[in-house]
Design a protein around this ligand. Structure first.
Ligand code: SAH
Length: 395
């Protein structure tokens, strides 16, 4: 295809030969064409060999690779990629009558850098993280309709806060297809929830904790469970189904607490085992009695959003986990997570180790958790691994 051309400096093609999907600005020769942000470009080696085609963007990552084959980025390309993503989810048993919520596209993990698509029953939520994906959103929308067919009634575009601010694209959150005022109930492992893509955080529900919630369900029986940073209450309603003795959910956002109550109520109407509190996590944990809970979940927001914040973030994880170790009952369980992409699992584990040592409790690792299969990690792009967790037994 006759796309504009980006030429690499000599010997800068190595990572692309290994299918790493980004071209950094330092690897590129001065441009002969004037290229618009978001345009599709062909990338060539210094010897004029084609090596990749992708979206151009101003910044340290100059090209996000869509394909390593010389091909057109047209409607059939989008359909082919979305269809491959859908087939993968179906083939691993993620799309069933009991589970109609899943991530259909996970950026680089589905060879579509800059694109996230979450599906909740009849609705798909598209989130662009690059200018190119924003420019191609209508093509993505058309491809989605073809791939998901009749089951799809709405497509909501939600990229106001995820696109590069400097590009000044004026993106608005809006329905690209369908549209409705009331959110339908969606299902995760047979449990009901109201996804709120319009007012909720991110695309409206965190599907990435699905497998970890299912694991918690197995541990909940006869335990009193504290779900910190509950957001829409995912861990809480799994604990309820797992026959927890009581479940307390805490989030600093009163909207989140309201959503948690609503989601617990549609699954377990009038069940007195559940209470939710709108309070700061550190304050809440500081005030509870030692031994009040047998199982504590800690799933805070990303403490580090960039490298510069790593040190403080690790301190934060240490402090939070130390309080949980201090307060959990003996023979208790702690599910602890970090969703900061820049914090490695080794660094997180070390922070939790320091917290355990600070509390003086004897702590053992029962499980090491990660993100589920609908958030695949491209092996050539380890940066795609972001969710990490530990399940700990505290004597
Ligand atoms: N565990 C949730 C996802 C948590 S997202 C799930 O399974 O869906 C992180 C949540 O932490 C957000 O809902 C946010 O409102 C909340 N939060 C952020 N800072 C907080 C604080 N200091 N105390 C309590 N909650 C906080």
């Amino acid at each position: 295809m006759n796309y504009k051309k980006i030429k690499l400096k000599p010997k800068k093609e190595e990572s692309l030969r290994r299918f790493h999907p980004w071209v950094f600005s330092g690897a590129v020769q001065p441009k002969t064409d004037s290229i618009e942000e978001g345009e599709v470009v062909n990338v060539y080696t210094a010897n004029d060999e084609f090596i990749a085609v992708g979206h151009f963007q101003i910044g340290s990552i100059e090209v996000r690779v869509l394909s390593f084959e010389e091909e057109a980025i047209d409607q059939s390309f989008w359909e082919k990629r979305l269809s491959a993503a859908f087939e993968l989810r179906k083939s691993i048993g993620l799309v069933t009558s009991a589970n109609n919520s899943y991530r259909l596209v996970h950026g680089e993990g589905d060879n579509l850098p800059g694109l996230i698509i979450d599906v909740y029953g009849e609705t798909a939520v598209i989130q662009s993280h690059s200018v190119g994906m924003h420019e191609d959103r209508l093509a993505v929308c058309e491809a989605l309709k073809v791939v998901l067919g009749d089951t799809l009634k709405n497509i909501y575009y939600k990229s106001e806060t995820t696109l590069p601010f400097k590009a000044n694209l004026g993106a608005e959150n809006e329905y690209l297809y369908g549209g409705m005022d009331v959110n339908e109930i969606a299902l995760e492992n047979g449990l009901k929830f109201y996804p709120d893509w319009v007012k909720g955080q991110k695309t409206g529900f965190f599907v990435d904790q699905r497998d970890n919630r299912a694991l918690l369900e197995r541990y909940a029986k006869d335990r009193s469970v504290l779900n910190m940073f509950c957001y829409t209450g995912g861990f809480s309603f799994y604990a309820m189904r797992g026959q927890a003795k009581l479940v307390h959910s805490v989030d600093s956002s009163s909207k989140a607490v309201m959503l948690t109550n609503k989601n617990v109520e549609i699954n377990f109407p009038d069940d007195k085992r559940h209470e939710a509190y709108a309070e700061d996590a550190f304050k809440f944990l500081g005030n509870i009695d030692k031994g009040a809970y047998d199982l504590i979940v800690l799933d805070p927001p990303a403490f580090a959003k960039h490298r510069g914040a790593i040190r403080n973030a690790l301190q934060g994880y240490k402090r939070l986990n130390a309080v949980a170790f201090d307060k959990v009952a003996s023979g208790g369980i702690v599910f602890t997570f970090s969703c900061s992409q820049v914090i490695t699992k080794e660094a997180f584990r070390l922070a939790v180790f320091s917290a355990a040592a600070m509390s003086g409790r004897k702590v053992r690792i029962l499980h090491q958790l990660s993100q589920p299969a609908d958030h695949p990690i491209n092996i050539y792009h380890p940066e795609g691994e972001y969710l990490k967790g530990l399940v700990l037994y505290v004597e």
